[in-house]
Design a protein around this ligand. Structure first.
Ligand code: C5P
Length: 209
């Protein structure tokens, strides 16, 4: 095919981001971490001291997000992630961001998008859909190992509680809740390292190419 899209969804710290980057590198495709778009809206509101549930302002911020200017470092904080899952419940915000994500998905020769609703809403026709899971404990442990080097005060129990709360918000919302598409391949990475997960994904992709 002249253009190919791979949709990757899953909960926070499931490993979907690392996997998406690895796949995009390998196939020479463009990668979009759609979580960054929700984070950018949240950060715009936080920076201006605006309420996170102001749908009018949030939609305005969502419409002005430039996908080529998403700064991962500034958007990666825990505070911005929490705020992102709050702005993500608003349908007007989702509509605006989904439109720019769908435009991104058209790029040649192919694209990898990762998020919560790629297989279900953003790219329902993607020829390959992956749904990445891992136990909450495994995800919390990975996140803990990641953060511990820069923040010595962080507690594993705290991270586990945060992840569980974020899962509940993402799975429980009315608009585009986190769930596997009917035709998604489930990949449980609880006992898998990134290379094993990549090889499993590669097999599925090569069959569809
Ligand atoms: O994946 P990440 O932690 O960066 O996402 C931050 C938040 O953005 C998620 O908790 C979720 O609420 C929201 N999000 C979403 N739909 C996506 C990507 C992220 O609702 N496609």
């Amino acid at each position: 095919p002249s253009r190919f899209t791979i949709a990757i969804d899953g909960p926070a710290a499931s490993g979907k981001g690392t996997l998406a980057r690895r796949i995009a590198d390998y196939y020479g495709y463009h990668h979009l971490d759609t979580g960054l778009t929700y984070r950018a809206v949240a950060k715009a509101l936080l920076d201006e001291n605006m309420a996170l549930d102001d749908e009018f302002l949030a939609e305005k911020a969502a419409r002005s997000i430039d996908l080529s200017k998403l700064d991962r470092t500034a958007l990666s904080t825990h505070e911005v992630g929490e705020a992102a899952s709050k702005v993500a419940v608003m349908p007007a915000v989702r509509r605006a961001l989904v439109a720019s994500q769908q435009a991104f998905a058209q790029r040649s020769p192919g694209t990898v998008l990762d998020g919560r609703d790629i297989g279900t809403v953003v790219c329902p026709d993607a020829p390959v859909k992956l749904y990445i899971t891992a136990s909450p404990e495994a995800r919390a442990k990975r996140r803990f190992e990641e953060i511990k080097s820069t923040d010595g005060s962080v507690q594993y129990e705290e991270i586990l509680a945060d992840l569980t709360r974020r899962d509940a918000r993402d799975m429980g919302r009315t608009d585009s809740p986190l769930k596997p598409a009917a035709d998604a391949h489930l990949l449980d990475t609880t006992e898998m390292d990134i290379e094993t997960a990549f090889l499993a994904a590669k097999k599925l992709i090569d069959q569809a190419l």
